[in-house]
Design a protein around this ligand. Structure first.
Ligand SMILES: Nc1nc2c(c(=O)[nH]1)N[C@H]1C(S)=C(S)[C@@H](COP(=O)(O)O)O[C@H]1N2
Ligand SMILES: [Mo]
Length: 330
């Protein structure tokens, strides 16, 4: 039986896990945003502020980074538990709980990322080389899934632009495709033809170069848990979550718009751009509001939040789309 994937079953309130309140963090974030104590917000320190939250990845590996005060948010973080147990990673199953249960079989070392296509310096990067591309930064980003839920996550990574600059795209390079691992031996979800594997995503060159676009290696002061896309993924916070491809093995520079998995699966529902846009509804549901995971802990009808244009990052990215009809280029 062919079971095609469907993003977007509205989340049941029973799936929303109550979370702890992190007043301490808010104070730290304000201090960092003021530029005073950026260094004090080291991942170790930040993580200790959340020690109440049990880690489902006992023995997870610390990853040092420096908080970038330009990218802090004065919003409550989603708990480590929710960030690492409520996931979309269809290679490990389509249920939100599947990736945390099944991703243990993913082998994240050795790992290489081939950077190829329209670049002067194509190169196969070892993951350890990528980790040293530029100083690792901690950044707190709002994430919005096309299904209507959102989280606030402290990521660790480097601007993707750092990698792009090193490989020197040629004049013809207009887009970048991100190709992720597809190995049946490691990924039980591949036996279900939910999507055309491998999972692929893409960005226009200016989107990829935007300072917000993060090549991501960690979260909450640790290397990425496997269910979150170890050892390296993309994070593009002004777009729906599916643009943030996990477990990347190949980055290809192209002159034409590359294929993207969700667009191929349902072109009328998922466009290439997929910018968070409260004014463009999904054909099967509204996109005007969202459920922040952890809000209203345990209430039958937890309060919803208004979805913001470009997920709240309009000041940084709206100019990338001037003159474009965002209803047409959804
Ligand atoms: N390779 C791969 N990347 C993926 C997905 C996937 O199924 N496979 N799901 C996407 C979707 S729909 C979302 S919402 C985010 C979820 O990231 P998180 O589980 O770390 O919050 O990952 C995205 N990246
Ligand atoms: Mo998503």
């Amino acid at each position: 039986m062919n079971r095609r994937a469907e993003l977007g079953s509205p989340i049941a309130s029973s799936e929303i896990t109550p979370r702890d309140v992190f007043e301490q963090r808010r104070t730290l974030i304000r201090a960092a945003a003021a530029g005073a104590f950026g260094a004090a917000l080291s991942p170790l320190f930040a993580r200790s502020a959340f020690a109440q939250t049990a880690s489902p990845n006992a023995g997870s590996v610390k990853l040092a980074s420096k908080a970038n005060p330009q990218f802090m948010l004065d919003e409550k973080l989603t708990s480590y538990k929710d960030v690492t147990t409520y996931n979309n990673f269809y290679e490990f199953g389509t249920d939100k709980a599947d990736p945390a249960k099944n991703a243990g079989s993913l082998i994240t070392r050795p790992w290489t990322v081939a950077v190829e296509g329209l670049v002067k310096n194509p190169k196969v990067y070892d993951i350890d080389e990528l980790l040293k591309l530029a100083p690792l930064e901690e950044r707190i980003y709002r994430m919005r899934c096309v299904e209507g839920w959102s989280m606030v996550i402290p990521w660790i990574g480097v601007p993707l632009a750092e990698l792009i600059k090193r490989v020197e795209p040629t004049g013809g390079a207009k887009y970048i495709q991100f190709i992720t691992l597809a190995d049946k031996k490691q990924m039980p979800g591949l036996s279900i033809p939910a999507l055309d594997w491998p999972y692929v995503e893409g960005l226009r060159m200016d989107e990829a170069m935007n300072p917000l676009t993060l090549l991501t290696f960690g979260l909450y002061g640790e290397v990425l848990p496997k269910q979150n896309g170890a050892p390296v993924r993309l994070v593009v916070p002004w777009k729906y979550g599916f643009k943030s491809a996990k477990s990347i093995v190949r980055i290809r520079f192209t002159d034409t718009e590359p294929k993207t998995s969700w667009n191929v699966a349902a072109p009328q529902e998922y466009g290439f751009y997929s910018n968070v846009n409260p004014d463009v509804d999904h054909p099967r549901w509204s996109q005007s509001s969202e459920q922040r995971i952890g809000d209203g802990g345990g209430k039958l009808f937890p309060p919803k939040r208004k979805t913001l244009p470009f997920n709240g990052y309009a000041a940084q990215v709206a100019s990338l789309y001037t003159g474009m009809d965002l209803k047409k280029f959804f």
